[in-house]
Write a protein that binds this ligand. Sequence first.
Ligand code: FPP
Length: 233
Amino acid sequence: MSNELQHIAIIMDGNGRWAKSRGLPRSAGHKQGAETLRKIAESAADMGLKYLTVYAFSTENWQRPQEEVDYLMGLLRQYLKSELKELQEHGARICFVGERNMLDADIVAQMAKIEADTVDNDKFTLCIALSYGSRQEIVAAVKNIAQAVKSGKNDIADINEKLISDSLYTKNIPDPDLVIRTSGEQRISNYLLWQIAYSELFFTKTLWPDFTVDELKSIINEYQSRERRYGKV
Ligand code: FPP
């Protein structure tokens, strides 16, 4: 089985600790983290990777102090205007997965616009998980499927893995081959639970703001040397 790598999913963790270790406010860590994301997304596209999905804000993150939530939303507004626009100019497709009803209307409108403007770009896709929680995503999918059965559009016999995959926010994106979590935590934290059934997992102690393209390359090298068997011998 070849280890073709087309999709990397990243849990960008450790911004707060990065800032704390420098005596800076947590916001400084998020700012530097946003800069790391720009570099990693650009080089992933240059390396020929097809999909990069990043966890920018979880449904649980709404419970952070309002000041931090506001800062992250401000960063996102800025990101939509500058970095994401730049990626768009380089031919990237940008999409978002998560619960949009929690977000401010101006942000949702900008997200919808950049998605629509880049929908035909097929070389590289940056997917941003925002206000995202995997269990909530699965609940929403189950409700949609139940509704389709109730209305007679689908039969119970039609429910299979493909229908479930196609009912998730990530429906147009293949499952991740590799998941990377920075900052030393070894958990999945409600990220893409259905989609990572067969993904290779990689944990690094590096805090996200310190994560580099070189480290990404060395993780990819290790991934290439692992053998994926999908339960077979
Ligand atoms: C986790 O670090 C990181 C986040 C909750 C936010 C991730 C956001 C970015 C990398 C910036 C790019 C984002 C946007 C909106 C474009 P943490 O704060 O949990 O760090 P800690 O565990 O060290 O406290």
